[in-house]
Design a protein around this ligand. Structure first.
Ligand SMILES: Cc1cc2nc3c(=O)[nH]c(=O)nc-3n(C[C@H](O)[C@H](O)[C@H](O)COP(=O)(O)OP(=O)(O)OC[C@H]3O[C@@H](n4cnc5c(N)ncnc54)[C@H](O)[C@@H]3O)c2cc1C
Length: 329
């Protein structure tokens, strides 16, 4: 087995990048970094503070032969109980926000991929910038929302996305480029950034890119109106019990061809309240799988597979998980 700690400590990275090295934690429980609050240890967990550090880190890890994974807020992930081998990079420190040009009613905002959506939404509201109200209460980071093309109250992130700065790890080093929005590359819960990661959803390999920052096209508004809207969406989430227990939000994608939402299908199959260990289909929402306390990742995964099997058997619908299974299963 790869001794990641030894490889890291014997490399020249800690001496070259002391600030980066200071952010490293070994055997870091991923349960601390996922909204499900489950998941075993990452061999090495690291938080670079800027693009240059991030690029150098990626290159160093590739050349040391340490597998690399990337997490945002961990709010759409189910990390296995065995954890994640190699290094997990968190972009939490890439969190600056700045205003760009203002023309007429349009407002341009650029933010680091690691900023939480809540912080970004609040920042915009403070500055009379409208357009992100529906994302109020969305857990996770801007990078994760762009990668997943998060969708809240009929608004997809793609609808306010202008461009992203990405680090592309090519065969002989990394380059930073700006990727503009191209029509046809985005769809329901699909972004152009997912294609390259189809093999292993959180792994970063040569030939992959990661989002370092995102530029959004927003509009002028008035803070009290923006806040009123935000509170409406937050209250709706509260009333739907989103935050009552640890979860990763909707477990399954909604497939329009099924003619009804996945939650209604699961409810129709009599599976609300269905439990495996500490994992349970919420009594109040068929598409919400919750950790009632003490659930393991394997409880949750077993429950998900059983729900899929029973729904398929009863209705013929093959539910597709939206939550990403990460780590060693
Ligand atoms: C209570 C609750 C409610 C939710 N409601 C909604 C909702 O209404 N709508 C919705 O769409 N989702 C919802 N979600 C799911 C989740 O919050 C979103 O999918 C969110 O956008 C994921 O962001 P994250 O930063 O947590 O990503 P993570 O879960 O950490 O990662 C998801 C994927 O994105 C990749 N990724 C993360 N950052 C980057 C980056 N910078 N560059 C490249 N790849 C990256 C990761 O490698 C991984 O493959 C909800 C979740 C919870 C817990």
């Amino acid at each position: 087995m790869l001794n990641v700690r030894k490889i890291w400590e014997n490399s020249n990275i800690p001496a070259l990048w002391p600030d980066l090295a200071a952010s490293v934690r070994f055997d870091e429980p991923m349960a601390l970094h996922t909204s499900f609050q489950v998941g075993g240890p990452a061999d090495l967990y690291v938080e670079p503070s800027g693009e240059e550090e991030l690029g150098a880190l990626g290159e160093a890890l590739f050349s040391l032969g340490i597998p690399v994974s990337l997490v945002g807020g961990g709010t759409n992930l189910l990390v296995s109980d065995k954890g994640i081998r190699g290094a997990v990079i968190s972009l939490a420190r890439l969190s600056s926000i700045r205003k760009g040009e203002e023309t007429g009613g349009s407002r341009i905002v650029t933010a680091g991929a690691g900023v939480s959506m809540e912080t970004l939404v609040e920042w915009c509201a403070d500055r009379d910038i409208s357009g992100l109200e529906r994302f109020a209460g969305l857990p996770g980071t801007l990078g994760g929302a762009a990668f997943m093309n998060a969708r809240c109250y009929d608004l997809s992130l793609s609808e306010v996305f202008l461009s992203a700065r990405v680090l592309y790890f090519g065969p002989s080093g990394y380059t930073i480029m700006t990727v503009p929005k191209r029509e046809g590359e985005w769809d329901y819960k699909k972004s152009p950034f997912q294609g390259v990661k189809a093999r292993h959803p959180v792994a970063l390999e040569r030939g992959d890119s990661l989002i370092a920052s995102v530029t959004l096209s927003l509009s002028a508004g008035s803070s009290p109106d923006i806040r009123r809207e935000m509170e409406k969406y937050r209250a709706d989430r509260e009333s739907k019990g989103h935050f009552r227990y640890p979860s990763a939000g909707s477990m399954f994608k909604n497939d329009r061809s099924f003619g009804k939402p996945s939650g209604a299908i699961i409810d129709g199959a009599g599976l609300k309240g269905f439990s495996v260990g500490g994992a349970r289909v919420a009594d109040w929402h068929g598409n919400l799988v919750i950790n009632t306390g003490g659930a393991t990742a394997s409880d949750i995964r077993t429950l998900v597979e059983e729900v899929r099997r029973r729904v398929l058997g009863q209705t013929g619908f093959n539910l597709e998980p939206e939550v990403i299974f990460a780590g060693e299963w």
